[in-house]
Design a protein around this ligand. Sequence first.
Ligand SMILES: [Zn+2]
Ligand SMILES: [Zn+2]
Length: 332
Amino acid sequence: MKWTWFGWQGLSFPVPEEWNLGKITGDARSGSVRLDDGEVVRVEAEWRELEGRVPGVTTLVDRYVEKLTKRASKSGARIEVKRRVQLIPEGSLPDKDWEVFVWRGEARAYNLAWRCRTCGRIGLLRVFAKGSEDIGRYAGRIFSNLEDHPTEGRRLWGIYGMVLMVPEGFKLEEHSLRTGHIRLAFKEGGRTLTVDRVSLADIMLRGRTLKDWFLDFFDKSLRDFERPSFEGTSFLGHPGLRVFAPPKKLWKRPFFPTFDRVRRSLFLRGCIWRCDDTNTLWAVMATSKERDDLLAEEVTKDVSCHKSSHKPGSDAQVPSGSQFPGQMGAGR
Ligand SMILES: [Zn+2]
Ligand SMILES: [Zn+2]
């Protein structure tokens, strides 16, 4: 089984490639995500930032289990809960208090409840079994690699195998998760960062160059800029283009005022490339008042376009299962 990284609003963990985002709610302060394998839910995660006195993890799990048991008995179901399950090595997640517990009813789930001493988040991560499958194999790998805050000033964002590191100051402004086109847009002060991944590169580039595709695909977002200039180069081992566009000259702007005044005097820099390994097209673009803002280049450096099992910006692979005796499969 191939693994990749999932990352959303600061929360990140490794997941099998077939487990993909199904539902998102909330934001960085509190929210939840659900991943499924196309048939059933495989992972659910919830997080919350808490201020002031926060109950310990044991208390949080007590409460959760109580609710779960009540709900089950109301519906006439029996539920069996095992607390403090030794699934991941002691000393894992060193800056967090945590507990692994398992419940079995009609479904089976491994649960990791945690409280982070670094960022103050509390959270619950659940991994669900399918049929009689031994999910300990997956859960251990997922739990022991959980992170819930930026590391070295960056957050890991990862969806559908699109994995990147974004400086922590940047907040998610907008996301679009269409089949064939994934887009994440971030903002920090007057700077913006957008990352687009488009599928079926071979069809997109049929009879046209990467440059033509780019000008066409981003036609609207390029309106506030002078015609871009391109420089051939390579990114992540693929041929690509470096894009630069200055703000549109004043006299060319429409008479009626645009709402987005700031945008009028921004410089655009971007990196675009085609990943042949995954048949995708990529565009990482940043706008800034600074002509020489190199954000797009910096973000591109650590994008995982075809090696998504690799944690961007570090040498660490998703660890193999060997450190969890009896729990994991043979690895990737
Ligand atoms: Zn944290
Ligand atoms: Zn690639």
